[in-house]
Design a protein around this ligand. Structure first.
Ligand SMILES: Cc1ncc(C[n+]2csc(CCOP(=O)(O)OP(=O)(O)O)c2C)c(N)n1
Ligand SMILES: [Mg+2]
Length: 583
């Protein structure tokens, strides 16, 4: 038994979990927590808004495979962090949020008039995997262990522990720590004995199996296994939006999700699906026809660490509760002994035929790059970035149409180098994600392609980047409008005129226009490098100078506002919001 604050006990448990960085803003209510970080080798990184702290933690967790930890203080600090929680939980990022609340005795329930108090657990509970309050110092360790156990069980997400300030800051005799494997599983889940054999048989017998990969591949670090299994089977790979690039998109077996028609054709041409770490959610069209073949004609092998996910959106003919990496390793071993049974030639012919649609689509999209007019066509932004930045740089997409353009003109060449809020579509989250990425991978380049609306939610974090030497390069696509919503409004208000004129007049839409912020100058005012560019040929130089500056940089990119509204794939995006017609 050692005497320490409740906060220090939490710090020591975080250290046991391998935590090296925590994100959050200081307050007296949890002085006992963060004042002990330094003693235990943990760094506190402080943004200028608590939502940023949570997005930094989420990005950090996804890119490092560690726990992402953020803190927020009683009342207003927690109120601010709330906006980020559904996004981080939705994206499935492994985030632990530790909050302070007021002293026991006046809260839970509110005595009536308690300062900086609301029922933080009740509010966070429906946004998280788990949320609980520590009712007594003797229960800190037990409840931390529970939060951590739940954090590592099933699909990752947000867990939350609320600690009253008298417990956080008060000194008590604390018990010794349990080792991590004494309170949560650290061994990966293995498939049931005959399931790999059955899966191998199905995959060998099929005419054309495909693999659909979700973020489970990222959490299990199963990139090499995925590539090897796909090659052995000659199985094309589609991904969820957030798992883009888990098989490098330079591979002929990769079907990036931006080629919607080609993915539909592939999914209808396959007679077996091996789904790895994906729920087949809305952005995967729920696994339903006409985007996928009918379940009766296309059996599903689904592998996931979360039992809740198995068979949740499409009937699973072989549901496998397993870590995807362990499953793939065993599958590869088994397939190696069956290679001669696989009709590779016929699969190769089928895949070659199907790839025509994908390659045609790419060529058609690339025609936009011939447009050299000023202000630039947004297509250039992601394409020039891809040419200038390293293949293993981290790219963050944020904004409405900006994220669409970014996705369509970018290629992910190294697994787990792409971030966005693919499930939550949260404008502005990219700022924190990019900062979190730079904290996670200090030796790698990080850039963020972001809309002028989205960047306006958190521009003050440029100062955070400067202060913490996080060398993110922001490319802000400035069309002076909420572009994605404006095009939808135009179709809703005056569809014919929109089709003919491409754009309505300034008074014909509802609050869709924004004034200009000179983001390059704003950045300079915070000590960052700033550039402004409108011509496509000027973009490369602006990025190169930003890299050479060795600082966080903001490039204000003037894009053609009308062309920007007509982003690729918008009809598919709209269609995705409706229930697919098939079973
Ligand atoms: C936090 C948040 N608020 C509102 C929305 C609704 N919304 C979706 S796209 C969009 C417009 C985005 O504008 P901008 O970031 O400038 O990107 P653009 O479409 O112009 O490229 C809005 C308001 C959202 N997704 N997230
Ligand atoms: Mg905009």
């Amino acid at each position: 038994m050692t005497t320490m604050t409740g906060g220090e006990l939490i710090t020591m448990m975080l250290k046991e979990e391998g935590v090296e960085k925590v994100f959050g803003i200081i307050d007296g209510t949890y002085f006992g927590l963060y004042s002990s970080f330094g003693r235990h080798g943990i760094e506190l990184i402080t943004p200028r808004h608590e939502a940023t702290a949570a997005h930094m933690a989420g990005a950090y967790a996804r890119l490092t495979g560690r726990l992402g930890v953020c803190i927020a203080s009683s009342g207003p600090g927690v109120a601010n962090v709330l906006s980020a929680l559904p996004a981080e939980n939705g994206e499935g990022n492994r985030v632990l949020l530790v909050t302070s609340s007021r002293r026991l005795g006046i809260i839970y329930p509110d005595r009536g008039g308690a300062y900086q108090y609301f029922n933080q657990v009740a509010v966070i509970k429906p946004m998280a995997k788990w949320s609980g309050v520590v009712p007594d110092a003797s229960r800190i360790a037990e409840l931390m262990r529970r939060a951590l156990r739940i954090s590592y069980r099933g699909r990752p997400g947000v867990v939350h522990l609320d600690v009253p300030d008298n417990i956080m800051n008060g000194k008590e005799k604390m018990p010794g720590l349990w080792a991590v494997p004494q309170y949560r599983r650290v061994e990966p889940l293995c498939p049931a004995p005959d399931q790999v054999e059955r899966a191998a048989r199905m995959l060998v017998k099929a005419q054309l199996p495909i693999i659909h990969a979700g973020s489970g591949i990222i959490h299990a670090h199963a990139y090499e296994e995925l590539a090897e299994a796909a090659t052995l089977l000659h199985a094309p790979v589609t991904t969820s939006w957030s798992a883009r690039g888990v098989l490098p998109e330079t591979s002929p077996l990769s079907w990036p999700m931006i080629h919607v028609k080609a993915c539909n054709e592939l999914r209808n041409g396959a007679d077996l699906v091996l789904c790895l770490g994906s729920r087949l959610g809305e952005t995967d069209w729920w696994g339903k026809a006409p985007y996928w073949r009918l379940p009766g004609e296309q059996p599903l092998i689904q592998v996931d660490i979360d039992e809740e996910v198995l068979g949740c959106n499409r009937p699973a003919d072989l549901p496998v509760l397993s870590d995807v990496k362990v499953f793939l390793r065993q599958l590869i071993e088994r397939l190696r002994g069956m290679e001669s049974e696989i009709e590779i030639k016929s699969r190769q012919a089928k895949v070659a035929k199907l790839s025509e649609q994908r390659d045609k689509d790419r060529a058609k999209l690339d025609e936009k790059l011939n447009d050299q007019s000023t202000p630039m066509n947004t297509a250039h932004v992601a394409r020039v970035c891809r040419e200038v930045f390293e293949d293993d740089a981290v790219i963050v997409f944020d904004g409405g149409n900006t994220a669409v353009w970014g996705n369509f003109y970018h290629q992910i060449r190294v697994p787990n180098t792409q971030l966005s809020t693919h499930h939550f579509g949260m404008l502005g989250a990219g700022v924190g994600q990019a900062l979190g990425a730079a904290a996670a991978r200090p030796d790698k380049q990080v850039y963020c392609i972001i809309g002028d609306g989205a960047f306006g939610f958190h521009p003050q974090e440029v100062e955070t980047a400067v202060r913490n030497n996080l060398k993110v390069i922001f490319l802000v696509c400035c069309d002076k409008q909420w572009g994605m919503v404006k095009i939808n409004q135009q179709f809703a208000l005056k569809p014919l005129k929109t089709m003919v004129k491409k754009s309505l007049g300034p008074d014909e839409t509802i609050n869709a226009d924004l004034g200009e912020i000179e983001f390059d100058k704003l950045a300079q005012a915070m000590g960052a490098h700033g550039e402004r560019v409108a011509e496509p040929e000027g973009l490369r130089g602006a990025i190169e100078r930003s890299l050479a500056s060795g600082r966080c940089s903001v490039i204000h990119v003037d894009v053609d506002p009308v062309k920007h509204m007509w982003a690729p794939g918008l009809l598919h995006f709209k269609a995705m919001h409706q229930e697919p017609a098939g079973k």
